[in-house]
Design a protein around this ligand. Structure first.
Ligand code: 4NP
Length: 160
């Protein structure tokens, strides 16, 4: 049996962007009948919001798009995540810098930004709606990024 592929989405607070990406990616897995074949989680480089549910703006956005975020609570990235996940997918350059401070290992884990998977992205970093207030634009990028990331993973691995 193949080992299950695992994906961790990372942002700063784990209340706006990375939980949005986790919920959207899980929804895309479900739509493709891949639930249980690829595991997904999210975490923040910071610890300010540990234990909290997603931000109201993210919850409203997901509700409007009929995407579940049930049971999701913020947690901080930990050193051990490097051996638990095959992919660690960050929202912006600062996340990448912060991740390299938490753990310098890059050998067994594929670390990239979500927008790296999109040709000609509207932005190379996923803008933080905690500051911009624009959850819809962030969702556009997250949704496209998650679709392209999933295509990439499905091409790279035999998932049965
Ligand atoms: P996120 O947004 O990284 O997309 O979850 C933020 C949420 C909270 C804070 C910063 C960014 N904060 O400083 O509290």
């Amino acid at each position: 049996m193949n080992k299950m592929i695992s994906v961790l989405f990372v942002c700063l607070g784990n209340i706006c962007r990375s939980p949005m990406a986790e919920a959207v990616f899980r929804d895309k897995l479900e739509q493709k009948g891949l639930t249980g074949k690829i595991s997904v989680d999210s975490a923040g480089t910071g610890d300010y919001h540990v234990g909290k549910e997603p931000h109201k703006g993210t919850r409203e956005l997901l509700d409007r798009n009929h995407i579940s975020y049930e049971g999701m609570l913020a947690r901080q990235v930990s050193y051990g995540d490097w051996s638990k996940f095959d992919y660690i997918i960050a929202m912006d350059d600062q996340n990448i810098t912060d991740l390299s401070r938490i753990n310098k290992e890059t050998e067994d884990v594929y670390i990239a930004k979500l927008m790296d998977f999109v040709d000609d992205p509207g932005d190379e970093n996923v803008p933080d709606p905690y500051y911009t207030g624009n959850f819809d634009y962030t969702y556009e990028l997250v949704s496209e990024g998650c679709s392209k990331l999933l295509d990439f993973i499905l091409k790279k691995h035999t998932i049965s």
